[in-house]
Every structure is written in structure tokens, then in C-alpha cells.
Design a protein around this ligand. Structure first.
Ligand SMILES: [Zn+2]
Length: 443
């Protein structure tokens, strides 16, 4: 099975040829843990989870290393901790835990490694020292800056003109900078701000250097795939490339660079001021994680996605149809069926994959449908989280047991009466082939 992926670096779709097919290596920029993650943050998490699952199926689950980092040192985190009057670690621990709970509900597998920036300060310092030694960085005033003009092919990922880069980088004018484009690798910390001892005094890293350090530590100097949102192409990924390539002297940092498109809400940019800022956490109060995941995958990852109530309702309806017919959504472990696998192997064509799921929704193919849904990360559960908390499970289970007893006694009238009683409570039941009955809360 050949896997073709669109490479931002070359602007073409290419066949993935891993450096080592016994260890396919992927890095994806993870969250800065200062506040609830929003649904736009969920997009790369879901998209690259699908790719992770696909790689595991093609190369074997033990032959893929997926690194998704946690950025736990950042000025936004410091500001949040100050505003709340709590230690920084309290903000990062709480937010990381929340992030894990949110994305687990979206059916996302944990990555192979989830490194934290604060645990890789030594690697960052080591890279910065290399860059200074080979003339690609300089220290001034407690800062260390990357010397952009020292890299002849800086800008090859984003392919922007110097003017565009200057505008996009929101360049700060500072006396310690030699060139306008030079960016911070290390900056000084005052007593109120987290800091680490370094050859340049007590300070903290710039954002870009974190990913160069964590990918180096866990994946090596060159690896296969680097992913993230399209907003990271410049300056973040451009600067990661500059640091890693200039520190280690290779022609690439990663062979394939993948970027997911923007997310809008009801046709508008999501923002707190517009009041359309959707956190994953809030959405999960109204929608099953399966519906959010499916809705995300109905748009191809490189296209912009318009997140709407209407599309969420459609997603729920489609999934409900699949789950009602699928034979083995609950079976473990699943494998992605061939037709869906083929669609995904063409640059993660999830709309095509969903068309193939529809094609599997017919008698004779429903076991494959169920197994594929499972393998794609769907739990097969559609009860509304809000409604579920309002239902007394013990009462429901009592009625279901009574109904099973009635059926065993062939008392169909009583069995039907109990089914109706459950329906009035908003409970839909399904009699399974193995004689058990499962239930869910209808909306
Ligand atoms: Zn990054």
C-alpha cells in the first residue's frame, strides 16, 4: 500500500518513503497549556490521529513513533498564573489534564511520546550553543538570537518575500537585534518569571526552539513527517527548520511537511469578541465526541472548514445510520477496510473515505463498516452527554432486566410495555445478537 501525502515543502503530493520503515517518525506541534483548547485546536489533533492510525496499520503499530509536544512555558501561561494568583505549574497541570480528557472524548489515541518543553531545556541550550558556535546565532543583552541572513535558503517552506515575512513575523524592533528578521532563541527572565540557568544568564526559551529540541531528542536530526496547522507555516515552522538544519547541517529537518487548513464557525473567524469561541469542553456538553470527530473529518484536512450547527446535526444523523447498521462497532481491535484505506492513502482523503463508509452500509458489508469505524477512532456511542446525566442508570437497567425476563417468559405484551416506558424516558434500546440489550439516550 503506497501512501501519498501533500508536502508543503515541495507543494506536491508525494509517495511517503520512510527513512526507516521499522520506525516511521512523525512530529506534530501540540498545545500551549494555558486555557481550554478550542475546536480549531482539535483539528490537527484529530487529523494527525487519523494519519497515526493509518501509519500504524500500514507499517505496524510498533513501527511508528508519533511525538506531540506540550508547550508548558509561555508568557500567556505566566500571565494566567499571575491573574489567578496560583503557581504556574498549577495552570499547566490543570490545563494539560483538561486537554487530555477533551481529546480522549474525541477518540484520539495518545501519541507515542508527549514531551514537555520544560523537561527539554538542556537540549534547547545544546542546540543554541551549536548555533552560536557555527555562526548562526549570537548573544546580546541576555538574549540569544538566530541570525537569519546567515542561512542562505531561509524561507523555503513559506516561500514568502522578505516584505511578507517582515509583516508576518510581527517584528519587534529591539536594540540587541542585528537584523529585523532575527528571532529569539533565548530571553532573560526576571525574578517573577520562570527561568533556567544558562550560559547567557537566567532565562527561558523562545517558542520555536522548543520543537527543534523535542523533535531532535525523540526523533533524531532528520525525520519523516512534521505536521501542524497552516497558521504555523510562518514563522514557527520556518524557524524550526532554520534552527534544526543549521544546528545539524542537513538539507531538511523533516521530509514531509503537512498542514491542516483553518477552521471557521458559521462562516466567521472564531474569536472571543464575536462570542463564537467554541471550546472542545463546551461542545462535548451538547455533542457526543464521535459526532465532533466525524464532523471534522467530513472536510478534507487541507481545506478550510466551516463548523456549523447544521453540519453537526447532519453528522449526527449519518453516524446514527452507520451505528444502527454496523455489525461490530464495539469489536476490538478494528482494522480499516480496504476501500476506506485506499481513500485515506490518497493524502488523507476523508470525504472519499466517508463515501466508502456509505458504500459499506449495506447487508453483507456491515461488519467491515463497524470494524472500520472502530479503527478510525469512533466509539459507537451517540447518547447526548447532557441527557445522559439526567437519566438514572439504575432505573433504566432495572427496566431492561425486567423486559429481558418478560421476553424469556414470552410475555410479549409486558416486553412491549416496558420498551414503551423506556422510550417515554428518551431511552432507545437495541437487542444484540448475544442476547444482551444495550441502550442509549436519544436527543
Ligand atoms: Zn512546533
Amino acid at each position: 500500500m503506497s501512501l501519498r501525502l501533500y508536502n508543503t515543502l515541495t507543494r506536491t503530493k508525494e509517495e511517503l518513503i520512510p527513512l526507516d520503515s521499522k520506525n516511521v517518525r512523525m512530529y506534530v506541534c501540540g498545545p500551549t497549556v494555558w486555557d481550554y483548547a478550542h475546536i480549531g485546536n482539535a483539528r490537527p489533533v484529530i487529523v494527525f490521529d487519523v494519519l497515526f492510525r493509518l501509519l500504524r496499520q500500514i507499517y505496524g503499530a510498533d513501527h511508528v513513533t508519533y511525538v506531540r509536544n506540550i508547550t508548558d512555558v509561555d508568557d500567556k501561561i505566566n500571565a494566567k498564573a499571575r491573574a489567578e494568583g496560583v503557581p504556574i505549574a498549577e495552570v499547566t497541570e490543570r490545563t494539560t489534564k483538561q486537554f487530555h480528557a477533551d481529546i480522549a472524548a474525541l477518540g484520539v489515541l495518545p501519541p507515542t511520546v508527549e514531551p514537555r518543553a520544560t523537561e527539554h531545556i538542556a537540549e534547547m541550550i545544546a542546540i543554541i550553543e551549536r548555533l552560536i558556535a557555527n555562526g548562526h546565532a549570537y548573544s546580546a543583552d541576555g538574549h540569544v538570537l538566530f541570525n537569519v541572513p546567515s542561512m542562505k535558503d531561509y524561507g523555503q517552506l513559506s516561500r514568502r518575500s522578505l516584505d511578507e515575512m517582515l509583516a508576518g513575523a510581527r517584528v519587534d524592533v529591539a536594540p540587541y537585534k542585528r537584523g529585523d528578521m532575527d528571532f529569539v532563541l533565548w530571553k532573560p527572565s526576571d525574578d517573577e518569571t520562570p527561568g533556567w540557568d544558562s550560559p547567557w544568564g537566567r532565562g527561558r526559551p523562545g517558542w520555536h526552539i522548543e520543537c527543534s529540541a523535542m523533535s531532535w531528542k525523540h526523533l533524531g536530526e532528520v525525520f519523516d513527517i512534521h505536521g501542524g496547522g497552516i497558521d504555523l507555516v510562518f514563522p514557527h515552522h520556518e524557524n524550526e527548520i532554520a534552527q534544526t538544519r543549521c544546528a545539524f547541517g542537513h538539507s531538511v529537518m523533516a521530509n514531509v511537511w503537512m498542514h491542516n487548513g483553518f477552521l471557521q464557525v458559521e462562516g466567521q473567524k472564531m474569536s472571543k469578541s464575536l462570542g463564537n469561541f467554541l471550546t472542545i469542553n463546551e461542545l462535548l456538553k451538547d455533542w457526543p465526541g464521535d459526532v465532533l470527530r466525524f464532523n471534522m473529518l467530513r472536510t478534507h484536512y487541507r481545506q478550510p472548514i466551516d463548523w456549523t450547527l447544521k453540519s453537526l446535526e447532519e453528522s449526527w444523523r449519518i453516524l446514527e445510520g452507520f451505528f444502527n447498521n454496523a455489525g461490530a462497532v464495539h469489536a476490538e481491535p478494528g482494522k480499516i477496510g480496504n476501500s476506506v484505506l485506499e481513500a485515506l492513502s490518497d493524502d488523507l482523503n476523508t470525504p472519499k473515505a466517508i463515501a466508502e463508509l456509505h458504500a459499506l452500509d449495506r447487508p453483507g458489508a456491515q461488519n467491515e463498516l463497524g470494524e472500520t469505524l472502530k479503527a478510525l477512532g469512533f466509539a459507537g456511542k451517540l447518547s447526548s452527554p447532557k441527557a445522559e446525566t439526567a437519566v438514572d442508570e439504575a432505573t433504566v437497567n432495572g427496566l431492561i432486566t425486567a423486559r429481558l425476563d418478560a421476553r424469556k417468559a414470552k410475555n410479549w405484551a409486558e416486553s412491549d410495555r416496558l420498551r414503551d416506558e423506556l422510550a417515554k424516558m428518551g431511552i432507545a434500546i437495541k437487542d444484540n445478537k448475544d442476547g444482551t440489550t444495550s441502550w442509549e439516550v436519544k436527543r
